[in-house]
Design a protein. Structure first.
Length: 130
């Protein structure tokens, strides 16, 4: 799967609805298979599950950016949150993000870090804009 970078000691972040719709590729190997359509400029609430599969430290920083068109496109919205997650556990949290007001598609980038070091990054979450 393109767009996902996981370093040793995973602190993965997953958008629950997006991954439920796209947990497997189709018979042609295409992924994602279901692009969620959102209205331009819409305020979205996304439920995330965040894992702390590391050996030390319970503070996990989660950051997100909504980009126009591609992961390298202009940033339409961004934010961060700090979570306290016991070792070997996961938690769910919700984020509020605004879809771009222009363009035909968007990409939501999710990242986690500990002590300022990015541990997980996913830039493959795509949306169709209406």
């Amino acid at each position: 799967m393109e767009g996902i970078t996981v370093l040793p000691r995973t602190v993965a972040v997953a958008d629950v609805a997006y991954w439920s719709a796209n947990h497997e590729s189709n018979t042609n190997g295409d992924w994602p298979v279901a692009l969620e359509a959102v209205s331009k400029g819409a305020k979205l609430t996304r439920q995330l599950v965040v894992f702390n599969d590391t050996f030390a430290g319970t503070t996990v920083d989660v950051a997100w950016e909504m980009h126009i068109g591609t992961a390298a496109g202009a940033i339409a919205d961004q934010g961060t949150t700090e979570l306290d997650i016991p070792l070997g556990s996961s938690t769910t949290t919700s984020i509020n993000v605004t879809a771009p007001s222009s363009g035909t598609s968007a990409v939501l980038i999710l990242e986690s870090s500990k002590n300022g070091q990015t541990i997980f990054s996913d830039d493959g979450e795509q949306f169709q804009l209406n």
